[in-house]
Design a protein around this ligand. Structure first.
Ligand code: PLP
Ligand code: TYF
Length: 398
């Protein structure tokens, strides 16, 4: 049966991370995979998450199946976190939410729903986008096309190009948008630009599929939800994939949610039944543990406050490091102006250096960034910054 199978290439990000782990260079620095690291290079468990988990385990009396859509407390609080209390209350049963195995599970279940609604529909993704969007959506049967987004020359969103690209999308197609903290570029659109994008979506009757994997990592929990909330206020239908991997640090627990908003509760109930059917035909229902933790945490005001302030510290630390990297690089070389690094949002940023420089950093100095020049800002630290600044300047000045 399996003898003829060829070994397939690894996921480029996970593969590079594995190469890093196997590198024997004692001075190696990992700026590849998008995982938060503290000043000691450790991916810590949020204290509030640890407490919520201990309380959850203590109070748990059964391991029997949870409801198929997932923990009701989790779904209610995740909806409120993403859409805000008043909008969620206003929408009521127009929101259908299902717990999923991570943001990836949410993207895949959203893709399945789109396929049920319109087989072979086209989803337009930003150029560039997170590499995993392709396998996650294409393997469900969707077609993917790209809309203009990032300019390597200005190191920012080319908004007029983006807008005209969106205006040329055939009526009725789907547009995948990053809710905040664009992966891989770190270049986001402003609230005013969101307003304009949403106007184009309304005019062209385009359905937004919004991927929110970094809420709280950009400008704050509410600020980062601006685009999603405005889309939900102004458009009849919105599909959302959210992840708790980064902002709750629950990566390995695989927890996220897919949410569908339609004009009425009957349509939402129908759409939700298609998500549940899609889940049933692959893994039946999501693992419970991560959702149990988040549901418990967000229903406890003291734990929620503690988590919010821990998240705030994570965000502040990444902002400080981003600023120090930009300043340090500008002071130590004159080949390139790196001021744009300080403007990036969230965990990632493109350095915009030549590919041979990326390769040299990796092979000569054990500094790992993706070939696209994406760095994980959270991989920087007070200790490794001087080394990174020195080595990047060296390879650029050759
Ligand atoms: N979407 C984007 C843009 C991401 O960067 C990620 C990864 O963190 C995800 C979705 C989903 O990740 P996970 O499945 O680990 O929650
Ligand atoms: O972009 C990243 O680095 C993160 C983590 O298959 C990730 O989103 C990378 C690859 C992957 C799943 C998650």
């Amino acid at each position: 049966m399996f003898g003829k199978l060829e070994t397939l290439p690894a996921d480029p990000i996970l593969g590079l991370n594995q190469t890093f782990q196997q590198d024997s260079n004692p001075d190696k620095i990992n700026l590849s995979i998008g995982v938060y690291q503290n000043a000691h290079g450790v991916t810590p468990i949020f204290t509030a998450v640890k407490k919520a988990e201990a309380q959850l385990i203590d109070a748990q009396e059964t391991k029997s199946y949870a409801p198929q859509a997932g923990d009701p407390l989790f779904l209610q609080h995740m909806t409120q976190l993403l859409l805000g209390d008043s909008l969620s209350a206003q929408l009521g049963d127009r929101v259908g939410a299902v717990m999923t195995p991570g943001g990836c599970g949410a993207l895949r279940m959203g893709a399945e729903l789109l396929m049920h609604a319109r087989e072979g529909a086209t989803v337009w993704v930003s150029d560039p986008t997170w590499a995993n969007h392709f396998p996650l959506l294409q393997s469900a049967g969707l077609k993917l096309e790209k809309y203009a987004y990032y300019s390597p020359e200005t190191h920012a969103v080319d908004f007029s190009k983006m807008l005209s690209s969106l205006q040329a999308i055939p009526i009725g197609d789907v547009v995948l948008l990053h809710g905040c903290c664009h992966n891989p570029t770190g270049a986001d659109i402003t609230p005013e630009q969101w307003d304009q994008v949403i106007s184009v979506l309304a005019e062209r009757q385009l359905t937004p599929f919004i991927d929110v994997a970094y809420q709280g990592f950009g400008d704050g929990l509410n600020e980062d939800a601006y685009g999603v909330r405005e889309a939900v206020k102004r458009l009849p239908e919105v599909l959302i994939a959210s992840s708790c991997s980064k902002n709750f640090g629950l990566y390995r627990e695989r927890i996220g949610a897919v949410m569908v908003i339609t004009p009425d509760s009957k349509t939402t109930a129908a759409a939700k039944s298609h998500i549940l059917t899609a889940a049933r035909s692959s893994y039946s229902m999501s693992p419970y543990h991560g959702g149990g933790i988040v549901g418990h945490l967000l229903s406890d005001p003291a734990l929620t406050q503690e988590w919010r302030s821990e998240l705030e510290q994570v965000r502040a630390r990444m902002n400080r490091l981003r600023g120090e990297l930009a300043d340090g690089l500008n002071q130590s070389q004159t080949v390139k102006d790196f001021s744009f690094v300080a403007q990036s949002k969230g965990m990632f940023c493109y350095l915009g250096i030549p590919l041979d420089a990326v390769r040299a950093l990796r092979s000569e100095f054990g500094i790992y960034l993706l070939d696209s020049t994406r760095i994980n800002v959270a991989g920087l630290s007070t200790e490794n910054l001087p080394v990174i600044i020195d080595r990047v300047s060296k390879v650029l000045q050759r």
